[in-house]
Ligand binder design. Structure first.
Ligand SMILES: CC(C)(COP(=O)(O)OP(=O)(O)OC[C@H]1O[C@@H](n2cnc3c(N)ncnc32)[C@H](O)[C@@H]1OP(=O)(O)O)[C@@H](O)C(=O)NCCC(=O)NCCS
Length: 281
């Protein structure tokens, strides 16, 4: 197949069933947050496959050269995933594999794909946090107010210049994230020095027991001064104070400074997401 570029697919109850069935069987969501938001917002660019009786057997969500592919559990191990993945790779797409599931690894092996990007999923308990330590000199940490928005977007773009999805957050994306049901202004911690915002830690409540380090961004001009670490611990205490027991985060595997900070802060690697690519190594 060639590239599918038109956003013509609108979500259906059948797709919702397929996604829920895959999540139940795999223990991991086959689509990321961006895909869910896009499906909820309107037509998306997608590729689908159907069985002979017309049932939806496979779905690939296409976004910026990357596909999120899932086969309905009742239709697996019949070659559908390998065929769709092969078509997508031939069409120039890379493939997300959330949770690096063994069957996805097998498909990648059969198609001779290589890992182009790896996100580590790290976690730690919130029940054994050390007592808060003093903040770096001159730093205040407080909850978000709407006046912080422009600086947060600016810091995010500078701090995540290397990151394809996060670095692209603009005012509309920010507003969309703030409109999500999990958003709480007091969970978006802001670090300030001399009245200027220098960093933020956006925490998220995933459910009644689990929180997430959603994004930590520090102005590159303030790097190395302990602001990131102070924001990390303030966010972990915020989540623990709300009764959550565990916290997760996603970090680029090649961001050594961030991975090392999380390891030193008691996080361990729980799983990984891989982007598979067919392009020459
Ligand atoms: C990965 C996925 C798309 C494969 O779909 P599928 O239609 O079952 O794929 P195929 O039938 O073409 O091939 C599956 C291969 O995985 C193997 N496999 C299945 N379960 C496996 C397991 N638990 N461990 C290892 N290999 C496994 C099958 O034996 C088969 O390999 P084979 O042809 O050598 O026997 C499907 O499992 C899925 O939707 N997973 C969740 C989403 C996901 O991980 N997507 C990433 C795509 S790269």
């Amino acid at each position: 197949m060639g590239r599918v570029t038109e956003p013509t697919f609108t979500t259906t109850p059948e797709l919702a069933d397929l996604l829920a069935a895959a999540r139940d069987v795999d223990g991991v969501d086959p689509l990321n947050e961006e895909a869910h938001r896009a499906l909820a917002a309107g037509p998306v660019t997608a590729m689908t496959s159907h069985s002979e009786d017309g049932a939806l057997s496979g779905y690939a969500h296409l976004h910026q050269g990357t596909a999120q592919l899932v086969v309905h559990p009742e239709h697996r191990n019949r070659g559908i995933g390998t065929r769709l993945a092969g078509d997508l790779i031939a069409g120039g797409y890379q493939l997300w594999s959330f949770g690096a599931l063994p069957a996805a690894g097998r498909v990648a092996e059969k198609l001779d794909l290589h890992s182009a990007r790896e996100l580590l999923i790290m976690g730690r308990d919130l029940t054994d946090l050390p007592a808060p330590t003093p903040l770096p000199d001159g730093i205040i940490i407080r909850g978000f107010t709407p006046a912080d928005e422009a600086r947060i977007i600016e810091i995010n773009a500078a701090a995540f210049a290397h990151h394809p999805e996060q670095g692209a957050m603009d005012a509309a994306d920010f507003a969309e994230r703030c409109a999500q049901s999990w958003f709480r202004p007091e969970g978006l911690l802001v670090a300030e020095r001399d009245g200027e915002v220098v960093g933020f830690h956006w925490t998220k409540r995933r459910d009644d027991t689990e929180g997430e380090v959603y994004v930590i961004g520090v102005d590159p001009r303030a790097h190395g001064g302990g602001v990131g670490k102070a924001l990390l611990w303030a966010g972990l205490h915020h989540l623990a104070d709300r009764g959550l027991c565990r916290v997760l985060l996603w970090v680029e595997g090649d961001q050594q400074a961030a991975v090392a900070l999380y390891e030193r802060s008691g996080f361990g690697v729980l799983n990984r997401d891989i982007v598979w690519s067919g392009a020459a190594r």
